[in-house]
Design a protein around this ligand. Structure first.
Ligand code: NAD
Length: 281
């Protein structure tokens, strides 16, 4: 992807303009796989990564929405492919990595973003084993499986960047409980840190992306009333929920070589939430 830009050049007191042709995409030449790429943060990241020059494998359970994202990327001149997979199933995760390498020859960026929050998720007394297991299978085991099959692919490519989506709840307690979700995200954070250290000398960076509460379908379903929303909004320094594209921009930084010395980080995109005590009125 080439961008043409005009830059002023200062020369012996004269100022004139010249045309510079530069390869402008921050992910030019890279292949990126994004799980949960059909909606929310994953969708915005798929669109943004493709715009920045990456070939994108969009992975999701939802093939309609996933194929729509691919069509949108293609109509903007980008390259993308959809693959349907459930990240909690080992054979499907193995297949998604194989498809990325088969279609595009390599894998440089693995964004383990897919996650669920089940409405019945509550405190330890009221949360059922079924809710606990389903949440862990997708949010924690799904990220583990992504790394299990993705790390060898990144090594074959000479290294790369893994971004695992945790959450601000990996760092803060809330009296509005969702105990399985919180535990799963704490697990993602700890696992990502350890993976980063294991692979630090193999040119693989691993970072845990920790969004604050966002206006996506995942949270909209959970915060179905104004009371529920306001209960949270009062704690947000900026007085608003984040947007999926604001998190995608953080993911882009972690995916690109701009973050070449960033690994094992707890990468917050939370509008200041985790640093706040008393917020502005
Ligand atoms: P979303 O619900 O908008 O999108 C999630 C996507 O993941 C959907 O397209 C869904 O079909 C897909 N998905 C769900 N289960 C899957 C599975 N088993 N296999 C493959 N794909 C699956 O969610 P979002 O808000 O964009 O969240 C993205 C990530 O960010 C999640 O890991 C979530 O936990 C995390 N997060 C979200 C918030 C928030 O407030 N929305 C806050 C912090 C962290």
């Amino acid at each position: 992807m080439f961008h043409t830009s005009f830059r002023p050049i200062q020369s012996v007191g004269l100022r004139f303009f010249t045309t510079i042709k530069s390869s402008g995409g921050r992910l030019d030449g890279k292949v990126a796989l994004i799980t949960g790429g059909a909606d929310g943060v994953g969708k915005e990241s798929s669109l943004l990564f493709a715009k920045e020059g990456a070939k994108v494998l969009v992975v999701d359970l939802d093939s309609n929405k996933g194929n729509n994202v691919v069509s949108q990327i293609k109509s903007n001149g980008g390259q993308a492919y959809f693959f349907q997979a459930d990240v909690s199933k080992a054979e499907q995760v193995k297949a998604m990595i194989e498809v990325a390498e088969k279609n595009y020859g390599k894998l440089n960026v693995l964004f383990n973003n897919a996650g669920i929050m089940i409405s019945e998720d509550d405190d330890s007394v009221n949360t059922t084993e079924q809710v606990w297991e389903q949440t862990m299978n997708v949010n924690l085991k799904g990220v583990f499986l992504g790394c299990k099959f993705g790390v060898p692919a990144l090594l074959r490519a000479g290294g790369g960047s893994i971004i695992n989506t945790a959450s601000f709840v990996a760092l803060m307690g809330a009296a509005t409980p969702q105990i399985a979700y919180t535990a799963s995200k704490g697990g993602v954070l700890a696992m990502s840190r350890e993976l980063a250290i294991i692979h630090a000398r193999q040119n693989i960076r691993v970072n845990a992306l920790c969004p604050g509460p966002l206006r996506t379908e995942l949270l909209d379903k959970f915060l179905s009333t104004p009371e529920k929303r306001n209960r949270r909004l009062v704690h947000l320094p900026m007085g608003r929920f984040g947007l999926a594209d604001e998190v995608a921009k953080g993911a882009l930084f972690l995916a690109s070589d701009d973050s070449s010395y960033v690994t094992a980080s707890t990468f917050l995109v939370d509008g200041g939430l985790t640093a706040a005590y008393v917020t502005p009125i």
